[in-house]
Design a protein around this ligand. Structure first.
Ligand SMILES: Nc1ncnc2c1ncn2[C@@H]1O[C@H](COP(=O)(O)OP(=O)(O)OP(=O)(O)O)[C@@H](O)[C@H]1O
Ligand SMILES: [Mg+2]
Length: 458
């Protein structure tokens, strides 16, 4: 359908162009689901040179929580050239579009920045805001401005001369307003223009509400999907853990038998016999497997914590003493510093020791050719209730793509590893109300453990 032939009179001409805008708007509404784009399209359409309606338009949206009208977008004719009409020959089917470049030019314009800093309180004082918000009426500045209240002064400051403001109404609630004016020509806003603005704002209100609802549904959908993935991940880990625990339990008894008999053979066989060597290998491999199974069983059991006040410095010193031969064998130098005074945490000393041993052994594994292990303990900030301990090595660090996985049970890159060391450490620290994080520096991995100080510590 083409309306062009019916244009005879200037009045008919302007009606025709208004009707075209309204048609195009409703088509645009059906194809635009992004609120940001839609608001740019709305303001660009009524300020574009082709529509020749208004020279400037401002959009305010209502913030329900703080009950203010927040300036969202301002478009001047200078920046409204970029409106594209898709399917331009068919008025009933044509719609608007706008490029990302025009959107960003409009956003960074000085006027728009000023609009975005504007907040108008809905406090029942201002006659203009009352008429818009409570009575859902369009108003003209000449009729309604009190010139005194902050809201009127605000809009006046923004618009300068006379302007018109129309409410955006959706489901009988005012969700915002559009303010228009003609600052360049100083042209008055005619009653025909006011009438059109009212019709346009009615459509815009519904369109904005729809896109907001759509965006909210999309956000909720995204959150739901993330929650579902987290749940599935947790369930999968729990199922793997249970299976591993059952398997470990079943393997334990036959392994004890194998180890026992291999040990007896070892004693019976002469030391120089080849069979003695074989039995020796069986015994040491069985003991490695037993250790692994014990770790798996410990991980799958619900841990009980025996809380006492413990000295963190002593715990770390103990761990370093226990690992002294490993450091010597691997040519690893140690640096340990703990800021005075001695820090006390409320926890299970045995389990905390397990955490530091796991971290230290991992660092040793990462430095087979030797290197440096540095451990420091300090308060996060003077007077803070938390103590931060970092364990740093020079072993080259953890590949970036693995950083998010290393705390998962059974994640390992080692031939003989179970992948439980960090999972256990993480669980222990979480049970102590603390946190553990891993990152890399230039030389190696850095593990940071944050623990709350015991109550009586200053
Ligand atoms: N200091 C470190 N430097 C480099 N990589 C590390 C370091 N600490 C941990 N990793 C990586 O994280 C993985 C998981 O460590 P985790 O301690 O959980 O298991 P594991 O050491 O492989 O086995 P185990 O159960 O015997 O401790 C390691 O296999 C290793 O790839
Ligand atoms: Mg380990």
């Amino acid at each position: 359908m083409n309306f062009h032939d019916s244009r005879k009179h200037p009045d008919t001409d302007s009606r025709f162009s208004e009707l075209t805008l309204l048609y195009q708007f409703s088509n645009t509404m059906l194809s635009t689901i992004r609120i940001n784009k839609l608001t740019h399209l709305i303001l660009t359409a009524i300020t574009s040179p082709s529509s020749n309606l208004f020279e400037r338009a401002v959009l305010f949206l209502r913030n329900e929580k703080s009950d203010v009208l927040q300036g969202m977008l301002g478009v001047t004719r200078q920046f409204s050239e970029g409106l594209q009409i898709i399917g331009g020959n068919d008025i009933l089917g044509s719609r608007w579009d706008i490029s990302d470049e025009t959107i960003s030019r409009q956003r960074s314009a000085e006027f728009c920045l000023q609009v975005r800093l504007t907040r108008i309180e809905i406090d029942g004082e201002c006659p203009l805001i009352n008429q818009i918000v409570s009575e859902h009426c369009i108003c003209h500045s000449d009729d309604t401005l009190c010139h005194e209240c902050p809201a009127c002064t605000f809009i006046k400051l923004l618009c300068g001369g006379s302007f018109a403001a129309a409410p955006l109404v959706a489901r009988e609630k005012t969700i915002g307003m559009i303010v228009v004016d003609n600052p360049d020509s100083g042209r008055e806003i005619s009653s025909e223009n006011m009438h059109f603005l009212q019709l346009f704002a009615n459509q815009a209100g519904m369109a904005i509400e729809n896109t907001m609802l759509y965006n909210r549904i999309e956000d909720a959908h995204l959150n739901l999907r993330e929650a579902k993935e987290r749940l599935l991940h947790g369930e999968r880990l729990a199922a793997i853990g249970e299976m591993a625990a059952n398997l470990a339990h079943e393997l334990k008894n036959p392994l004890i038998t194998i180890g026992g008999f291999a040990g007896r053979l070892l004693k019976l066989l002469p030391a120089e016999a080849r069979e003695h060597q074989y039995a020796d290998t069986i015994v040491s491999e069985v003991s490695r497997l037993e250790k692994m199974l014990a770790e798996i069983l410990a991980f799958s059991r619900k841990p009980t914590i025996c809380f006492t006040v413990c000295n963190l410095e002593e715990i770390i010193q103990d761990c370093l003493t226990n690992c002294a031969t490993t450091f010597e064998d691997n040519n690893i130098s140690i640096m340990f510093s703990s800021e005075p005074p001695p820090y006390h945490v409320s926890g299970d000393a045995h389990q905390l020791k397990q955490v530091f041993i796991n971290l230290i052994l991992n660092s040793c594994d990462a430095m087979p050719e030797g290197g440096k292990l540095s451990i420091t303990s300090r308060r996060s900030l003077p007077g803070s209730k938390f103590i931060i301990t970092t364990v740093e090595d020079t072993g080259g660090g953890i590949p970036k793509n693995m950083l998010s996985q290393i705390f998962n049970p059974f994640f390992t890159t080692k031939h003989h590893g179970t992948g439980l060391g960090l999972a256990i450490a993480n669980r222990i620290i979480l049970n102590h109300m603390g946190s553990i994080d891993a990152e890399n520096n230039e030389q190696g991995a850095v593990f940071t453990i944050t623990l709350p100080l015991a109550e009586h510590t200053d």
